[in-house]
Design a protein around this ligand. Structure first.
Ligand code: ZN
Length: 419
């Protein structure tokens, strides 16, 4: 077992993070290639070299830009199931990730944090969690880019944990694997990832926020397409004949209540969200997102959409509609329930790292939910990343250390319970 006290030092952690943050790995929504941007290979190659230097001899990057490596079990621990740690290399496409300058704010005293450029500030009033970081070192960007702690903090923490294990041959552990993926921010992080070939029993994405939190829930997601059918005719001769489907769709949208929408919900509440409308006089198509943490919560929302569509058509006699509901993804809790050790051991590991474990839920889907659905249970573990996808992204160094400690403890718990 790991003969260590929580809170040990991780000397290479911050340097690794700074190195990765400086590599431009922005992904793109408008690309026909995979990965969506070739520059993600720049970081992939650095990581392969580093993994080999640490001693993970089989480290490699494939044509899809997946970096994989494994660390065989210590003697006597071969029976322990293979567990894997996953982080993504790309950063969010809507905010620049080029020429990132990680900026250190040591001994944070509270209050707003001023970024060196563009007059940007991180407001304490909008970041309650800053209160938890008083006296600590905070890293931000310089005001011209995002920071990319999402998810380069996760990569640095995994690399640092592996380094500590390799430097201490007395620490016994089961078989371990790592994966660094491209294109997570454009929803394609595991598109070409072969779960069966990879061969892990459980995985952990290192891509969560506040210290101690492990997320095992995502939304259940469907989309609904409502097509309103009207009747087109030359507008000069349309009296008592034309049925303008655009107006029927307009009435439908106007009738949707403000409550139960993304702009009025939070926490465990679901929503209905119209995202696009296109059409003409004969046919107008409205696309809506349906989200709920409970599978049973989806159907009533689809029914509500139907009711509003019926009412809109009632206002234009002759108008009709078609409703099509498509399944998108499901709350990963249903898949994680089949392998309770994935969460149980991670929560135990957080405790051993000296933290209070918090179960969290994600108001979205993740690569972890896709992997869980494909048979690889994958909860999401905190990394410390805060306010990601913006110029005000920040991370507290203490949280990065605690996340690294948590990785080591997850490995420890699996080894102890399963060897
Ligand atoms: Zn992320």
């Amino acid at each position: 077992m790991l003969e260590r006290k929580p809170g040990s030092e991780f000397p290479g952690l911050v340097d690794r993070f700074v190195t990765y943050a400086k590599v431009h790995t922005t992904s793109s929504e408008n690309s026909d290639t995979y990965p969506s941007t070739a520059r993600q290979f720049d970081l992939a190659h650095i990581l392969v070299d580093e993994l080999k230097a640490i001693g993970l001899a089989d480290a490699a990057v494939d044509e899809h830009c997946y970096v994989t490596a494994s660390l065989p079990a210590s003697k006597g621990c071969e029976k322990v199931p293979v567990i894997a740690f996953i982080s993504h290399m790309d950063t969010y496409p809507e905010v620049s990730g080029e020429n990132v300058v990680p900026t250190f704010h040591e001994n944070y005293r509270g209050g707003d944090i001023e970024l060196p450029k563009n007059g940007r500030r991180i407001l304490a009033a909008e970041n309650a969690y800053l209160q938890e970081c008083i006296g600590e070192t905070i890293i931000t960007a310089d005001g011209t880019t995002l920071l990319g702690a999402d998810d380069k903090a996760g990569i640095a923490e995994i690399m640092e944990a592996l380094t500590r294990i390799r430097e201490n041959p007395d620490w016994v552990h089961g078989p371990l694997k790592v994966v660094f993926t491209p294109d997570e921010e454009v929803g394609a992080g595991v598109k070409h990832f072969d779960v069966a070939k990879f061969g892990a029993k459980v995985a952990y994405t290192m891509d969560g926020g506040r210290r101690g939190e492990i997320e095992d829930e995502t939304f259940c997601a469907d989309s609904a397409i409502v097509t309103f059918v009207g009747r087109d005719i030359h507008p000069g001769y349309a009296k008592d004949k034309m049925i303008p489907s655009v107006k029927v769709a307009g009435a439908f949208l106007a009738s949707l209540p403000r409550e139960g929408a993304p702009e009025t919900t939070e926490g465990k509440q679901g929503y209905i969200h119209p995202i696009s409308i296109k059409g003409n006089t004969s046919e107008t198509e409205v696309t809506l997102l349906i989200r709920d943490f409970d599978l049973d919560g989806l159907k009533p929302k689809a029914e509500k959409i139907r009711e509003h569509a019926v009412k809109a058509c009632d206002q234009w006699p002759g108008a009709t509609f078609r409703l099509e509901v498509k399944e998108y993804y499901r709350n990963m809790k249903y898949d994680l329930q089949k392998e309770p050790r994935a969460m149980d051991y991670a929560l135990e590991a957080v405790k051993r790292a000296g933290l209070k474990p918090v179960r969290g839920s994600i108001r979205g889907g993740t690569d972890g939910s896709t992997l869980s659905a494909r048979g690889l249970p994958t909860p999401n573990v905190f990394t410390g990343e805060q306010d990601f996808h913006g110029y005000g992204e920040w991370i507290c160094v203490k949280d990065m250390e605690l996340a690294t400690e948590t990785i080591l403890r997850i490995i420890e718990v699996w080894t102890e319970k399963e060897r």
